[in-house]
Design a protein around this ligand. Structure first.
Ligand code: 5AD
Ligand code: SF4
Length: 501
């Protein structure tokens, strides 16, 4: 019987994609994907450390899963991803049944690491048998303190060797797919754990990216999201040692030989020119590295959607400085202005942290002003959470919990108001929507505009007949939709008759 692997993912889109790669590598080794943990021989949690809350959820889940070993002693439990790297000691202490810990840079080692755990377990069984034999008391359980440990911890790589991926890939079926273009982060934002968990930046060779995208387009995927902690620094370092090396190296090449510069805008242009993918998105962009060269590439590339996620984090220059973000609000706003001049209907989203150490009422007011000025289509709001080992963790976390909560609520309400306004601009307009799948209710369809706004299409008679999936022919289609109603979180629309892509 084939062994089953159950994998649950926490955290960001990078993690979601990493999980797909893990399932691909393991199914290539003969594993089957298990839908329930009870049916699995290997259970993996791919974890996130960005805030304490994400870690506690994974600790809690693995605490429950450990119970399964009582009925299935051969079960292998693994914690992989960011928390594996950051909390390696705490995991073995708090979760004594966990067998395997592997960090994000060790992702491609997983097939070998699992084989190692299995071999060690086997050796344990053999050692246990021979000890008992020697004792002549085969009915006595062995003293566990004398057993060799079967536990494996792998967290030592500086970065993921992106050019050494074992065979096998898997993808969530659907219309949209993720493609990793770089890994790790070389920045040093004082609150952020990512450089410690994911390691140094490394970019995937362009040809590999192009091949993967061509394969996905061939399989019928319509929209690709390029992923990286900071996609804007693509090309800095490739696995073979080439690359522009840093902001200065990039600047020099730009002046001396721009044709030879393989940076993110150049990659976008190549993908747009050489692949048949309909829609291209990317995330995440660090504002420092989001340059006019990027905005021009976005404008020129027909497949690149009019959407940019550009995390600002705070609207106060004082806080931005202590966060070590490397830009001021003025510089950020200037970039947005420039981008909007080139692509007037660009849709923008952001991340904001409230309650960073030292954030005063005045700093917070400045964040409100910045949000009002930019009018983001969407904003992801976070309460500051000190992360062990980061620079900011050494400072007093002096904004009380209630104040963080209150500021978070104020920004949520403000963003709802702004999102509604942004959405209402689309009412009555006809927009291009890529249908991704069924909506929540029978017969409904769900799709997205190029600006990344979710659109719900009502059930229609033919959809009701077709059942839950709606008319299957429309999933994966790009259609013209008239927006009939807007709320802060969703758009509702109707298909324009006879429209097709
Ligand atoms: N506390 C709260 N939010 C954080 N983020 C990153 N680190 C922290 C932290 N220590 C947020 C940032 C980032 C997003 C992915 O998570 O806004 O852009
Ligand atoms: Fe979480 Fe950041 Fe790691 Fe993604 S990269 S899983 S957000 S800690």
């Amino acid at each position: 019987m084939r062994k089953g692997v159950y994998l649950q993912t926490y955290g960001c889109q990078m993690n979601e994609r990493d999980s797909e790669e893990v399932l691909g590598m393991l199914t290539a080794q003969g594993y089957e994907i298990a839908e329930r943990p009870e049916a699995a021989d290997v259970i993996l949690l791919n974890t996130c450390s960005v805030r304490a809350h994400a870690e506690e959820r994974a600790f809690g889940k693995m605490g429950e899963l450990q119970q399964l070993k009582q009925t299935n002693p051969d079960l292998i439990l693994g914690i992989i991803g960011c928390m594996a790297k950051l909390q390696r000691e705490a995991i073995f202490k708090r979760l004594p049944q966990v067998d395997l810990i592997a960090g994000p840079a060790e992702l491609y080692d997983l097939p070998y690491l699992l084989a190692e755990v299995q071999e060690r377990k086997q050796r344990q069984i053999v050692a246990r048998g021979s000890r008992l034999e020697a004792l002549g008391k085969s009915d006595q359980p062995p003293a566990s303190s004398l057993e060799p440990s079967a536990k494996v911890m792998a967290v030592g790589r500086a970065f993921r060797p992106l050019d050494q991926k074992p065979n096998g890939d898997w993808r969530r079926p659907g219309v949209t797919a993720f493609v990793t273009i770089m890994e790790g982060c070389d920045k040093a934002c004082t609150y952020c754990i990512v450089p410690m968990t994911r390691g140094a930046e490394i970019s995937r060779p362009t040809e590999e990216i192009l091949d993967e995208i061509a394969g996905l387009a061939g399989l019928g995927y319509k929209e690709i999201t390029l992923l990286g902690q900071n996609v804007n620094s693509y090309g800095k370092r490739f696995p073979d040692g080439s690359g522009y090396r840093g902001p200065l190296g990039r600047l020099r090449l730009l002046e001396e030989n721009p044709e030879a510069l393989l940076d993110f805008p150049a990659l976008l242009r190549r993908i747009d020119g050489e692949s048949s993918v309909e829609r291209l998105r990317f995330t995440t962009s660090h504002p420092f590295d989001a340059t006019p060269r990027l905005f021009e590439a976005m404008r020129d590339c027909g497949s690149v959607c009019e959407w940019l996620h550009l995390p600002v984090q705070s609207g106060s220059n004082r806080i931005l400085r202590t966060m070590r973000r490397g830009y001021t609000c003025e510089a950020y706003l200037e970039k947005i202005e420039r981008l909007r001049r080139l692509i007037p209907d660009i849709s923008l989203s952001t991340d904001i942290i409230v309650g960073f150490p030292g954030e005063t009422e005045e700093d917070f007011e400045q964040t409100i002003s910045l949000m009002r000025e930019v009018e983001y289509d969407n904003a992801f709001l976070f309460k500051y959470s000190p992360r062990p080992g980061t620079d900011a963790a050494a400072w007093v976390d002096d904004v009380p919990r209630e104040v963080k909560e209150e500021r978070n609520q104020i920004l949520l309400t403000l963003q709802d108001e702004i999102s509604l306004k942004r959405h209402q601009r689309l009412e009555g307009q006809t927009v291009e929507v890529l249908i991704e799948g069924p909506g929540k209710h029978d017969g409904q369809l769900f799709g997205r505009t190029r600006g990344n706004h979710g659109v719900i299409l009502p059930a229609c008679p033919e959809a009701a007949e077709a059942g839950r999936e709606g008319p299957p022919s429309l999933i994966g289609e790009t259609i013209q939709v008239k927006i009939t109603k807007a709320t802060a979180h969703t758009l509702f629309g109707e298909r324009c008759n006879g429209s097709s892509h």
